[in-house]
Structure formats: C-alpha cells, structure tokens
Design a protein around this ligand. Sequence first.
Ligand code: ATP
Ligand code: MG
Length: 719
Amino acid sequence: MDVSHLLDELNDAQRQAVTAEDGHLLVLAGAGSGKTRVLVHRIAWLIQVHHVSPMSLLAVTFTNKAAGEMRGRVGRLLDIRPDGLWIGTFHGICHRLLRMHAAEVGLSDTFQILDSEDQFRLVRRVMRELEIDESEHPPRQVQGFINHHKDEGRRPGQIEHFDRSFQSRQVEIYQRYQDYCERSGLVDFAELLLRTVELLRDHPERRAHYQARFGHILIDEFQDTNTLQYALVRLLAGDGNRLFVVGDDDQSIYGWRGARVENVAHYNRDFQPEMIRLEQNYRSTRTILEAANQVINHNDDRMGKSLWTEGEQGEPIRLFSAYNAEEEAEFVIARIQDWIVQGGRPSDGAVLYRSNAQSRLFEQALLREDIPYRVYGGLRFFERAEIKDAMAYLRLMHNPHDDTAFERVVNVPARGIGEQTVNRIREHARAHGQSLGQAATEMVAQGGLAARAGSAVGGFLQLIDQLTTARPETDLAGAVRIVVKQTGLVAWYQKREPADRAEAREENLAELVRAAEGFDQPFEDEQAGLSVMASFLSQAALEAGEHQAERWEDCVQLMTLHSAKGLEFPLVFLAGMEEGLFPHQKSIEEPGRLAEERRLCYVGMTRAMQRLYVTHAESRQTYGQTNFSRPSRFLNEIPAELIESIRSSFRVGSAHSDRPVAEDAGGFGLGAAVRHSRFGFGTVVSLEGQGPNARIQVNFEQAGSKWLVLAYANLELVA
Ligand code: ATP
Ligand code: MG
C-alpha cells in the first residue's frame, strides 16, 4: 500500500509526530507550524497504516467549524466518507454521549440545550422568585458564578460559603437554577461537560466501555482546555489509551472563560508524553512572523519557542491611524477593494476586532460598496428573536414541560397574558413541583385564573395542542411550516415593527423552513435513536452557542479575534488597536489579563499569510459619546523597521487627498479641553490645515460642535 502521500509535505519533526510508535505525545509549537496538519495526518496514518478502526479514534478541537474542516481533510486524505469518525468539539462530543446515556445520569431523553441567552433569562427569573436585588447581584455576574463553578466541576453543595454571606446568596440561586433545569429537562453548556464527567466517573461500567473503545485520543488547541475538559480526557484515557495533544501556550486566550493553560503542565506530569517541537512556520511572511514574535516576547512566563520561516520577507506591516472609527472602516474597505482589483478574492480578507460591536461600521461600509461579507460571532440566525420564538414553539411541541420555552412564547404573539398571570402560574408550579405547562393546564381546568386570563391561557395551551396534533410525525419541515403559519408570529411582528424589519423577520422564518427541509440528521443522532426534531433542536442550540456561520461563500470575513483562532487568511486587518479597546480596559489593571490580551494580539497577527494591516482610530463614538484614545501599546511592540505608517488626513472621507496634516496646533491637540469667550467649555475633536489656515473643530458643552479658525478663535487651554 502506498502511504507516501500521508508523509509528503511534512518536515522531519512533523513526520516524527505523525508516525510516533509508542506512548503519549505533546506537540508544543507556535502558530502556523503545522500542528493541526500533523493531527489530521496522524488520524489518517493510524487508520491506513496501523489499521486502527475509525470507530476507536476520538478527535477533539475547538469549534464546530474546525471539526468540520478536520473531518473533510481526513476524508480527502483517505478517500473515505468520514461519517463514522468521532471528530468534534468537547461540547458536541459530550452532547452525543449524554444523548445515549441520558437516563443513567438522571436526564430525561427529551432534554434540551440551554444557550447562554436562555440561561441568562432563567437566572433572572430565579432571582425574581427569590426576591434578590439585581443591583446587588447583577444577573450576568451570577450567571458567570454558576458557570465558573460548573467549569470547575462543583455542584452547589460543594461550594464553601458562610451562612448569610454574599456568596451564600449566589449558591442559593445556583441551587434553585439547577432545580429548574432538572425539572424542565434543560442542560446548559457547562452542564454538558459536567454531566459527562459524572457519567464516566460514577459509572465504572460506562467508563470501562469507553476506555476500551477509544484507543486513540487526539486533541487540538489543548492550551484552552478547562478543568472539566481535562478531567474528561483523563477519564477517557484510562491507563492504556494513547493521547496525542497539540497546542501552543502563546495562544491561550480563553483564561477569562475558565481555560487553564496549566493543563499543559498537568499533562506532562500525569502522562509523561514525548515532547515534539515544530519550529518552522509555513503560514506567514518573514516580516509578519518577526513582528508577531516580537510582540509575544513582551510576555513573561512563556514555555519558550522560536519560529522561523523559509518564506520571503514580504511587504511591511501597514499601520493606519484613522481620525475616527468611520474613517478606519472606509480605509479598510478601500484596501479590500484594492486587493480584489489586484485579482484577490473577497474571502481572502478578514477583518478582526476585539469586540462584537465593532463589526457594525465595517458592515455598513461593505454594504455601501456592495462587497459580500459574513459576520462570525454577531447575532446569528439561530439567535434572532423570531427564530427563537418559532423554536420555542417547536420545543414545547417536543416537550411540554420546557419552562424556558413556555416563558418565551406564552404571550408571543401577545394574547393578553400579563406578567401577573404568569407570576401566578409560576407560583402554582413552584408550590406543586410542576412545570409551567402542567400548572397552567391545572389552573385553567380548575378555574384558578380570572376569567379573561383563564381563557387567554386556555387559548395558548390549545394552540400548543393543535400544533402537536397537526404536525406530521416524521416531517420536520412540515412541523416548522405549521408553527410559522398557525402561531401568527409574522402578523404580530408586522403589527409591531416597521415594514422592513418585519419583512426581514418573515424572510428569516421562511429561511427556518428551508433549514428544516435541508436538515440532515447527524449519523450519530440517528444511531442514538434520536428523533429528527430532537436533533434539529439540539443542533440549533449548539450552533447558536458557538456563533459560527453556516455556509462558506466567497465573502469577506468579519470576526472577533477570539473566533479567528486556528484560521488563516492572505489579507488580515487588525482594527481598533487602541488602549482601552485592545488591550481591553478591564485587562489593563491586571497583569495576568494583559498577558492574555497580548496573546490574543499574537493570535491575530499570526492569522495573516501575506498582507497585514493594523489600524486604530483617534476617536470613536460609544453610547453617543466621543471617546479619544491612544494607540494600543501592542503597536509600539512591533519593531518600527517592519512598519510602514499611513496617516489620516483628518477629515472623514479624505483619506486619499493630500491635504496637509495639522499635528498639534499650539497645544490644541485632539481631545484637549478648551474655553471660548462666547461658546464656553468644549473638547477639540478635529484639526485641519496648518499655519494661518489651521482650523479646529470643538465640541462645546452648551453650543454644540463648531469649526473655528485657530488664529482668530482666541481659545484658551483648560488644564
Ligand atoms: P495555529 O497555531 O494557528 O493553529 P497550526 O500550527 O495548527 O497553526 P496549520 O494550520 O496546521 O498550523 O498549518 C499552517 C499552514 O502551513 C497551513 O496552510 C498548512 O497547510 C501549512 N503547512 C504546514 N506544514 C506544512 C509543510 N510541511 N509543508 C507545507 N505547508 C505546510
Ligand atoms: Mg491549528
């Protein structure tokens, strides 16, 4: 058998990793050195050369998108259908295991996944019931508390706290929240992992079964595993299974969400793997690599790696200092157009930013120029309100005890069921240990609600009933169609919203029918005996949680730095490189978090293959306020000789004109506080021209924004 194609295009160290004979392995290597490639080739090697059954391999990576790519690459290398392979994310794999063993861990077999927005609503609801003040315990923080403890494997009873302390309140909420989830058959993301760990830990026969099954466990992006994920790996590895772990400590960027880079050290301690380092980078030009290496060098406590490349020097990194965020967006889009004019494709380009909200200006500019784009990590399809509404109806049809779904749509479309009525149903449910659906049914039957409210609630229950009976048993798309038609969602949105918004929602609902029509039940779900509807609901929740786009198209990619991990693009923009934005304000005071921001910068820079732009804006509107900020410290960490600077000409839209630039006219720099005899106090927001022609724009507290000729304005600097 000819297996040379599995080793072609691998360097010596890569080949050594792919063909390693015994024991565990750790490939610790920098960005673009071929870690993911090695892992894919390893899978193919094991199957083809060692005749390892595809069923006894387990490969884990960080996103569904990465898992899909991995699956495709293995399939192509071996020319097989990769259906039976267990390649997925930790969450996906745990979901699959729980579906097969729901009863053993006390879950109903109709359990549904709670995405993080649903979770937030449920936390608030629980807090309302416990009459806990939201200003004292912000629900987002409580949600974080719950997830943090779950990620560390702790149930409420295992959290140390003093009676009546602040912490004890949060534990109480956690407990109550958990009770709700149990009763309604809901499982949040952290719970997927925790339950699976409990399944394997507490059921020796299950543990033995899976240990015997997965002879080879391969993990990509290991530096971002959390405590539970590592516990799971240990449980599955047992004594005899082989681990193949790849990662890069310099790319650990999820510490804020519980990832523990110490897992690399724990792995060394617990498994004594052979260590292989890959040092050649195949992705980026020498300039880009050198710049990224210099930036990450500013971190202490690194495991230490050096990367080199045989690639060419390449173009300098281009730094653009925009006058404001609008100009930054225009500049970026103009450079993408240049790229396309030069023969490049839209999908070669990626705009990366620190926070989601930054996408909007780029989206607008792209729309204006009619360039196709896709936003990863924005409000995706399954997160949109109308889709979640329709899904809630489907969930209730599937499981009438789903309280989250009940709450979402009991009065959507509005049917005259007020908060007070819902409160009474909640109380009844609590008092009798029932789901909201059960409580409502009982109250309606017993006349336990006022006449008007009673008939409205009765109408809602009847609708759910009708939908359930009308739905063809096996036809998923048919069920979705019935929901869209009979619930009146479209008409309701039309009544409440401007025509274009309502139209978009209607289109989205039609798209949901199409999604259902095109839904292929995953092989593993089918094997687990899951109904098509249940698979569809789970898939939607998993996708909504991950913020990934569904289809690949030739379009510009917009995404946060976090979601760019593992990917590569010929043309990359790192936008909004400003102190306070990136590094993020919250991280500036804490050295540990600042180091994580720097790793994020390293991840961002190393996504670029050929051309890298770094941009920042001197001013930016947030919440209707103009904020001024200094360029990010990370920009100063790039060696000057690798950078070519491009200055803004200060006025929006004039980036290409050659108007002279006013540097800092007599101390009246951008952001300076000034006083004018007539207009009063204000802030300098713009400068233009030089010498006698210098003009200055000031935003006055009382008089609003004014352009003044500096020479005549008689402005006073205010300390
Ligand atoms: P990251 O840390 O960003 O996840 P990585 O280490 O996983 O990066 P890969 O994505 O596997 O790196 O590889 C980076 C690029 O280099 C890919 O385009 C890959 O195809 C290419 N590459 C890797 N090894 C080789 C090789 N030996 N010869 C040619 N190209 C290679
Ligand atoms: Mg990789």
